[in-house]
Design a protein around this ligand. Structure first.
Ligand code: F6R
Length: 608
């Protein structure tokens, strides 16, 4: 989704903004722009395409300014074009916007009647005119406040005014905005990595709040214009965590970071000798958890696939009924949530609009909310009753990898803790389960050794027009995830299916052209999945299997077979995930795709 940054301070704001925009590239965008102050007033440069093109537009003039704002746009209203790119302007007001203005057509009509001329197809431009109109009656900040009273929809806004070069105004509603605090300088951005090289001290704005940044200081106010009391948070991420560190792509770096991400996610959260999980981290008392009768899990995309593995774990280990919903469906399906139920919202970014809406709906219906989230201070984490942070570090590649496996680990811990609390599993069993978890980072490290084999397999199959992924039980969600990763990264159509369901339809697709990826760990369904492989082979299909059993018959029945380390059945999805992530990565690279910023995708989907 769009990225926003504003800067005021002692550095050259133009360079800070260009650098910040580069760091926001991962969110996905199709055009970009910057506004800065010069002797002539506010100047705007915008272009379609990449930040490097914006930077080269400015190279010869080499401007310098102490205040500037910038934007990467992911088109919603109006195609990607120079006119639709932000910043937008109305006389003295220049602004950048993330979100969607729902009543923009009504407002536009009114502004046209007042004589304003529209130059773009965006919903954003109406905001400039509206604020400009209010500046005729009120000072800058108040004009923003008055204008926003008329606006329906979501926004994160960063605004400057031509005759007030030493001021930036920011406002948010349903779209993230964070202030970065430096010495004699301030940042305002949609996302912390935008200014991580200058500051790790941040204040997250809440809905309805406004921030006014000047050289002298920062003022944050509530919707009624009273000063807001805000905590400064320190973000535990370093700049190197948000850089490629020698890898060709962020995605590959993040795949390789999984042993560390999993290790960090479980650190301090278990007592292996007692077979216990540290529930303080989950923020609920044991008594409260004992009473939970039903759990709802909501998420989108890859996080939804983690949620599906969670259902298997929670229902088996804690015998607690668990429903999993795609968040965008949950919010509109009149779910039967009751007071005392628990909702787990899983979200890497903590800003996904559909997940937030589902979480809010469950809260309204009386459920308690646990957010499993990767971004400290994000909206999901702030609105939940309890948060379990996955400590994956910043995930920059648009396709989620390390956040996914850390989410599975979080759910595993939760299921064990709940199972033990409810007396469903004994201390011995939970001790064994936790012992296995402690070995997981090492096993993931070993699993990464399949990299070269997967690359060779990708070389043999990257021209295929479609792929089928099959899995059973807790690895069925990994079949879905493998297919999603491949679609995102390589633009090849892929489907994930429960292997036992193949004969009810998709078997018609099988021929020598269709590679079939089979997730076949050694578990209670192993024999069944071997039969599924035979069904594919007997129809001329080409099978690439992933297993953790070196003696398995699968080595004889499959065309290619990849071996990952053995673990218990609940954790096999983590090791299987490594294989499908690497396969998608190499197929994408071999097809010449931009794997870190796939077309049309956004890292954090902050609109419905
Ligand atoms: C896929 C991917 C997306 C996200 C989804 C939810 O690789 O990254 O499908 O998983 O948009 O995002 P979060 O987890 O931030 O809520």
């Amino acid at each position: 989704m769009c990225g926003i940054i504003g800067y005021i301070g002692k550095r050259n704001a133009v360079s800070v903004i260009l650098e910040g925009l580069k760091r926001l590239e991962y969110r996905g965008y199709d055009s970009a722009g910057i506004a800065f102050f010069s002797d002539k007033g506010i100047e705007i440069r915008r272009c379609t395409g990449k930040i490097r093109e914006l930077a080269s537009m400015l190279e010869s003039e080499n401007p310098s300014s102490s205040t500037a704002i910038g934007h990467t746009r992911w088109a919603t209203h109006g195609r990607p074009s120079e006119e639709n790119a932000h910043p937008h302007r109305s006389n003295s007001i220049v602004l950048v916007h993330n979100g969607i203005i729902e009543n923009y057509l009504d407002l536009k009509e009114r502004m046209i009647e007042k004589g304003y001329e529209f130059k773009s197809e965006t919903d954003t431009e109406v905001l400039c005119h509206l604020i400009e109109e209010y500046t005729k009656r009120y000072p800058f900040e108040q004009a923003v406040r008055e204008a926003l009273k008329e606006v329906k929809g979501s926004y994160a806004l960063v605004i400057v005014k031509e005759d007030e070069p030493a001021k930036i105004v920011g406002a948010r509603k349903d779209s993230p905005l964070v202030v970065g605090l430096g010495e004699g300088e301030f940042f305002l951005a949609s996302d912390v990595p935008a200014f991580l090289n200058y500051s790790r001290n941040v204040i997250f704005l809440d809905d309805g709040e406004m921030a006014v940044l000047t050289y002298k200081g920062l003022m944050i106010t509530e919707p009624d214009n009273t000063p807001a009391r805000k905590d400064v948070k320190s973000v535990p991420w370093s700049l190197s965590m948000a850089e490629k560190g020698g890898y060709r792509h962020f995605m590959l770096k993040e795949i390789y970071e999984q042993p560390r991400a999993i290790g960090d996610t479980l650190r301090g959260r278990l007592y292996p000798e007692r077979g216990a999980v540290n529930f303080d981290e989950f923020g609920f008392g044991i008594d409260e958890l004992k009473k939970v009768k039903k759990i709802f899990i909501v998420a989108c995309g890859t996080s939804y696939h983690a949620a599906l593995t969670g259902k298997y774990m929670i229902e088996e280990l804690a015998r607690t009924p668990t429903e999993v919903d795609i968040a965008s469906e949950f919010r509109y399906r009149r779910p039967l949530v009751k007071s005392g139920d628990l909702m787990i919202a899983i979200t890497q970014s903590g800003e996904t609009a559909d997940t937030l809406a589902a979480q809010r709906e469950a809260k309204r219906l009386g459920a308690r909310i646990l957010s499993i989230c990767n971004v400290v201070g994000s909206t999901s984490s702030r609105e939940a009753d309890a948060v379990f942070y996955t400590h994956s570090g910043p995930e920059i590649g648009v396709a989620s990898t390390k956040a996914f496996t850390a989410q599975i680990v979080a759910l595993y811990l939760f299921a064990i803790g709940l199972g033990k609390t409810k007396g469903v599993i004994s201390e011995n069993i939970s001790r064994e389960l936790l012992k296995e978890l402690l070995m997981l980072p090492g096993k993931v490290e070993k699993a990464l050794a399949i990299d070269e084999d997967i690359r060779r397999i990708a070389e043999g199959f990257f021209k295929a027009r479609g792929f089928l992924y099959l899995g059973r039980g807790i690895n069925y969600p990994i079949a879905l995830e493998g297919a999603l990763k491949l679609k995102e990264i390589s633009y090849i159509h892929a489907e994930g299916y429960p292997a036992g369901e193949m004969k009810h339809g998709p078997i018609a697709l099988i021929d020598e052209e269709l590679p079939v990826i089979v997730l076949a760990p050694m578990d209670n369904l192993h024999k069944k999945i071997i039969s599924n492989i035979q069904e594919v082979k007997s129809r001329g299909g080409r099978v690439i299997s992933i297993t953790n059993d070196s003696d398995s018959e699968i080595f004889r029945t499959s065309d290619k077979c990849i071996l990952v380390p053995n673990t218990n059945s609940y954790l096999t999805p983590v090791l299987m995930a490594i294989a499908v992530q690497l396969l998608a990565y190499y197929v994408g690279v071999l097809r010449g795709c931009d794997v870190d910023q796939p077309r049309n995708l956004a890292k954090s989907v902050t609109v419905e």
